[in-house]
Design a protein around this ligand. Sequence first.
Ligand SMILES: C[S@@+](CC[C@H](N)C(=O)[O-])C[C@H]1O[C@@H](n2cnc3c(N)ncnc32)[C@H](O)[C@@H]1O
Length: 205
Amino acid sequence: MPKQWLRARKQDHFYQRAKRERYRSRASYKLLEAVKKYKFIQEGNIVVDLGAAPGGWLQVSGKIVKDQGFVLGVDLNPITPLKTDYIHTIIEDVNNPRAMKRIKKHLPSLADAVLSDVAPNTIGTWEVDHARQIELASRSLEIAIYLLRPGGSFFVKIFQGDMFSIFLGKIKERFRRVEILKPQASRRRSAELFVLGMGFQKNAD
Ligand SMILES: C[S@@+](CC[C@H](N)C(=O)[O-])C[C@H]1O[C@@H](n2cnc3c(N)ncnc32)[C@H](O)[C@@H]1O
């Protein structure tokens, strides 16, 4: 990794805070801020976290749902197990057509919330990175539609760009309330935004 990047990371407030508070990623604070404001994850909930490695969002979700809840982390890469028996992880590619069925088999019932921080390997070319991110976010939306209970929530990362409004429209078709967030832990220079859909409507077709 470039030295400059490593130095900037060490000086980063949320990186330091995550180390102090034993979160696996600074991304944890993005979810924490959103949940604190909109309370879309609650005690006892069933949560699916797509693109979950290294596990920061799993830790946040686990602390909220507590032992009556259930959290399932999904990632291409293995996730070092969390020492909490209601947080589970599986290795899965969200692009695999069979992924949603396989994920569902691991759940005790439909999910109250589906989260997606799935991110492509960025190449630095704006249009390509944006298109790949929207593709992954759209795939996450399809999985959420399959897994959510009526009234459930979907929280997804996207990169801003010209395909965003079409994606937002798809979310608006399915969720009664939609919010766009730029949490404090999301770097200001980053094109990243989060969309939160609440009040999932199962039969909106
Ligand atoms: C920004 S990280 C997630 C950080 C996580 N929210 C946390 O708090 O620790 C994005 C993750 O998306 C995963 N990912 C990328 N493409 C994926 C795919 N097609 N299927 C599943 N996971 C994928 C990557 O492996 C990576 O771990």
